[in-house]
Design a protein around this ligand. Structure first.
Ligand SMILES: [Zn+2]
Ligand SMILES: [Zn+2]
Length: 325
């Protein structure tokens, strides 16, 4: 089959690759239809891996002799370790991540446990590539709302830093959560228009000021974004690190200052569970028109190596690999 294979840093090759075969009874071979190109793919590509690996974890696929489309939960957990028993499957001690450290979706076929494939019915099945990132945001918002309980106010002012896909999904869910009562604003360092903000009726801040936001959600994953978040948040406030910080970067604040300003820091690394996937599917199904705006360019598999090495998605959108193109 055709596959995009990552070997050394910045070397993604389109080549013939052996078709996957089942090694366990619970596995199925699915036909890949669409895959979202995530910044994680770009970071893995830049770093390289010590073995050949097919990336791609935001996967929509179909199954032989079955109608409809399925979204992959790429985190394959053991179900037995102490983390799995607490439902923290993303922290499973035996975690396999398809498209990260095991073969994923940038290929004509993928082998995955049957129960990791979640059926969904959207009028536009391509929207299925957003199920995995949205399900991570479902968890992020749950942790932000839990953190709001630490604040002195129950109607916090929230500033989301970063108007990319992560910031968009967090903002959307927070804005639609029945458990959140507050005000949301978005700050993005670029001058790019963010049309989805208007649809949500959310204000974009041009110059953020300190001592305004009770909660700052850092969604850009940039060192500057993290420094800005810690700089801006009110005393007694909450910073959520949602964008993935690059390895090797220190927290740009001293423990003394963190203590004196009484800042709580919450992170949200963990990804998809059955519960968050179900919530993500329900959100998209209820508002397909909103999520359609987040679909960017469609590219054939052959264009993926360039996409991964010259990261340039249309701002605030997902580039999608169409395996049938
Ligand atoms: Zn991703
Ligand atoms: Zn486990």
């Amino acid at each position: 089959m055709r596959a995009a294979v990552l070997s050394k840093a910045n070397q993604v090759e389109i080549r013939e690759f052996p078709e996957p075969s089942k090694t366990q009874d619970n596995e199925v071979i699915a036909k890949v239809e669409f895959v979202g190109v995530c910044k994680t793919d770009q970071q893995l590509t830049a770093a390289g891996l010590d073995k050949d690996c097919i990336l791609g974890h935001e996967v929509v696929c179909s199954l032989p002799n079955q109608k409809g489309h399925f979204a992959l939960n790429n985190e394959i957990s053991c179900g037995k370790c102490s983390y799995c028993l607490e439902g923290l499957t993303s922290h499973c001690l035996n975690l396999q991540e398809l498209g990260v450290n095991e073969h994923g979706g940038y290929a004509e076929q993928i082998c995955a446990p049957r129960n990791s494939l979640h059926p969904f019915e959207f009028s536009n099945p391509t929207l299925g590539v957003l199920i995995e990132p949205l399900s991570c945001a479902v968890r992020g918002v749950k942790r932000i709302i839990a953190g709001v309980n630490l604040l002195a106010t129950s109607h916090p002012k929230v500033l989301v830093i970063g108007g990319g896909i992560s910031g968009t999904l967090i903002t959307y869910l927070l804005n639609h959560s029945p458990n959140f009562k507050g005000e949301i604003k978005v700050y993005d360092i670029t001058k790019e228009p963010l049309p989805w903000l208007n649809k949500l009726g959310i204000e974009r801040i041009q110059v953020p000021e300190p001592n305004q936001a009770h909660v700052v959600v850092e969604c850009s994953g940039s060192p500057g974004g993290l420094a800005t978040a810690l700089d801006l948040v009110r005393k007694g406030g909450l910073v959520c690190i949602y964008g993935v910080p690059k390895p090797g970067i220190s927290l740009p604040i001293s423990p003394h200052e963190l203590f004196m300003r009484e800042i709580a820091v919450v992170t949200s690394f963990a990804g998809a569970t059955d519960e968050t996937i179900a919530a993500a599917i329900a959100s998209i199904k209820g508002d397909e028109a909103f999520f359609e705006q987040l679909l960017g360019r469609f590219i054939p598999l052959e264009k993926l190596p360039i996409e991964l090495t010259n990261w340039s998605p249309q701002p605030g959108t997902r580039t999608v690999v169409d395996l049938d193109a």
